[in-house]
Structure formats: C-alpha cells, structure tokens
Design a protein around this ligand. Structure first.
Ligand code: ATP
Ligand code: MG
Length: 394
C-alpha cells in the first residue's frame, strides 16, 4: 500500500481572498525543503500531500517538515482507492500494536450512501472479524484508526499526527534584517520573526582582531542552524574595528555601549534599505542589560529613520529565551566562549538611563564618523548560507 504524508495548515485557514497566495508559498517552501528526496506534492482544497518518496527517507522528510513554518500537523497515511468493504483487510497487518481501538471516519465524498458512523461500525466489525484479539473502546482506545474518505474516490488511513511549528510560510511577510550577535538571544529573535512569515538576512558587527575569527565562525554556525527554518540566509559581516576604536578613544566610558548601539542600528538601517528589507529585527529584551532599558532603547531607536524595529523577545525572560534556543538547537553554539564586540571595551558602569541629548553629544565627538561608517559599509563581507533550503523571494 502506498504511504503518503498529509500536511495540514493552521492560520492560513483564516485568510480570506489571499488564502491561495499563502497556500502556494507554503507549497513552494515545502518543495524546496524536501527537494533532494524527489517527492511529488499534491494539493487538495484544504491540505497538501507528499507522495512518491522512498520508505527509508520517510523519517528524514518528516524531520525536515517539522521545521517548515505554516504547517500545523502531519500524518503518515496509507492511500487507497475508496472501497469501504476492503479497508479492514488492507490495514489489518499494518496496525500499530494495540488491543483496543476506535475507528473515526470523515466522509467528504457524499455519494457514499452511509453515514460516517455506519462506515466506522462496518470497518470496526470487519477488523474484529479478521483479528479477534482486538476490541472496540470508543472512549479510551489505545489506537485511533482515522479513515478520511475524499471526494476524488481516494481514502487515507492514518493512526496519529505529528505537530508542526505553525506560524506563516516564510516569505509571506516581507523581508527583515536581523542584527545577529554570537549570543543566545538574537538567533532566537530571528527564528521567532521568521515564524510569522518574515524572510530574514543577518547583519553582524565584527571587531577583528579584538574579536577572533572563531567569533565570526560562531555567527556563521548560528545562521546555518536558523537557515534550516528560514531558508537561504545572507549574512552581512561589517568590519567594525575602526569605529569601535574611535568610540573608545573619543566617548565617555559610561556612554560607549550606547553610542555603539546608535551606530550599529544606523548602519543596519542603511544596509537593510540597500537589500530591500522592510524591517530591522533585534534580540533585545526589556531591562535585560543596561543597553536594553526603556531609556537606552529610546536612544537606539532615535537613530532609525523610517524602518520599523521588531524586537520579538521584548517581553521574554532569559529562561524562556533559553528554552527556545534549546529547542531550535542554537544554545550549545551560542554559549561557546568567544567574545562579541559588545564584550570588548566593556565599560565597568554602562549608563542605565542615558539622556538622548547627552548620547548625541557623545556620538558627535567622534571625528569623521560619516566616513568611518561609509568605509565600514564599503568593506562588507557577504556570506551566503545556503544550507538545505532555497529562498522563495530574493
Ligand atoms: P544576544 O544574546 O543576541 O547577543 P545580548 O543579551 O547579548 O543579546 P546585547 O549584547 O545587548 O544583548 O545585544 C542586544 C542586541 O543587539 C542583540 O540581540 C542583537 O540583535 C544586537 N547585537 C549585539 N551585538 C551585535 C553584533 N556584534 N552584531 C550585530 N548585532 C548585534
Ligand atoms: Mg550579545
């Protein structure tokens, strides 16, 4: 009997006239994610079906699909031409181990002259006839046998379902630029915003030789992990050493981090616009450190001209962020002990409530900052992380 994967979606259902757009995007993302397995993807009115795979690839395919945003759940199903008199004999030898069972029937094909309950009784009776160790338990069965009778004379039979990630298909909510450090938070922020359908690329400020090549590699590795969820990921590595040195030489020590943030976000906005991104994304969480108090965020934000800045972790505790980092497998890489540019030149007492005018005055102390910023942007290094999946939009 042929095995197929049934894919169901969640929030896409709520979309009215635009539903087709979301469904087509999800289909493309699924196709790209599992391209190497040469499967066929079919679409019905409310779900997708993956067919034509090799049995030995099934677990890998399911594992890949559990990282595709927009999928609510999946089931591995047997596919057969609709014939309710044959269901029991077709599946009796393939049933998972159980003593008690229930049959649940969904009948989209209204040409069949029986109700769903009548069909379930018939199949249940046939099964007991074929295997007298089985008994029916409608309320607490060990095994639920789902029989899905479609309009096209095809039936699907499955025994359980696997949870997907939900969210929206990547590419359905535009493109954003993620400020990615080597820490725990920013990769999680990227994952969370991609879950809402935003395609992301990354920008990383690197202060070689104050920070090592290993620190950069760590960001590449983190980007590679999140690209399993969000597809091709372009990483823009910005040489930040001269700027950081200048901050160190000319700014008040307690304002060093504040000014660094102001410059980072300004450069990020310029880069984002050049790469057609409609938003900036950061891993900031309110009050987590001095640079993430309301006053500090106000100063940072004031340097952004017109792009929205999304902070998906703004209301989250560190422990909640770590839980997600563990789930998406970025945590182990994030805690490798390589310095980020935020940790070199770290002031002993960074200002917690910076005044905007003072921050701007400190910023203005850096001579030729505009030229330093231009030089940083000119010397960007672009790393394309192609992992396994393809982008839908460029
Ligand atoms: P993370 O764990 O993401 O490093 P953090 O708790 O260490 O966050 P900060 O160092 O204050 O917090 O950074 C706040 C945010 O600023 C980060 O989440 C990230 O979005 C951005 N950021 C910090 N350092 C860099 C960097 N070197 N390059 C790009 N973005 C950065
Ligand atoms: Mg950090």
């Amino acid at each position: 009997m042929e095995k197929v994967i049934i894919i169901r979606y969640g929030e896409i259902f709520l979309k009215g006239k635009n539903k087709k757009f979301f469904e087509n995007l999800l289909e493309k993302n699924i196709a790209n994610a599992i391209k190497k397995y040469n499967c066929v993807i079919q679409k019905s009115r409310t779900r997708h079906f993956v067919e034509g795979f090799r049995e030995q690839d099934l677990d890998d395919i399911l594992n890949t699909l559990t990282k595709v945003f927009g999928i609510h759940s999946m089931s591995v199903a047997y596919k057969m031409p609709t014939d309710i008199t044959k269901v029991a004999q077709m599946i009796v030898n393939d049933l998972p181990n159980a003593d008690t069972f229930r049959v649940t029937v969904k009948r989209a094909d209204k040409t069949i002259p029986f109700t769903s309950t009548e069909i379930a009784c018939k199949i249940g009776g046939d099964l007991i006839h074929l295997n007298d160790k089985l008994t029916v338990n409608l309320h607490q069965p060990e095994l639920v046998i789902n029989v899905d009778i479609r309009e096209n004379k095809i039936s699907y039979i499955y025994f359980n379902s696997i949870k997907g990630l939900d969210g929206m298909p990547v590419g359905s909510a535009g493109k954003g630029m993620l400020l990615i450090s080597g820490g725990i938070d920013s990769p999680v922020a990227g994952y969370r915003i991609a879950k809402r359908g935003m395609q992301i690329c990354g920008i990383h400020f690197h202060s070689y030789p104050f920070t090592s090549h290993l620190a950069k590699q760590k960001v590449v590795d983190l980007s590679t992990i999140i690209s399993e969820y969000c597809g091709i990921f372009n990483l823009y590595v910005m040489p930040f050493t001269k700027i950081q040195q200048a901050i160190h030489d000319f700014c008040r020590e307690d304002f060093m981090i504040t000014v660094m943030r102001m410059i980072m976000i300004e450069i990020s906005e310029t880069m984002a616009k050049r790469r057609n991104c409609g938003a900036l994304v950061t891993g900031e969480s309110l009050g987590q450190v001095a640079s993430q108090t309301l006053a500090s965020l106000t100063v940072t934000n004031s340097r952004v001209k017109n792009l929205p800045v999304f902070r998906p972790l703004i209301d989250m505790d560190k422990t909640e962020i770590i839980d997600i980092a563990n789930k998406i497998k970025t945590f182990e890489t994030s805690i490798l002990p390589y310095e980020d540019c935020c940790t070199v030149f770290l002031p002993k007492n960074p200002i917690i409530k910076p005044k905007l005018e003072t921050a701007v005055a400190e910023y203005d102390k850096i001579p030729d900052l505009a030229e330093l910023i231009n030089e940083c942007i000119r010397n960007v290094e672009i790393i394309k992380i192609t992992n396994i999946r393809q982008n839908v939009i460029d």
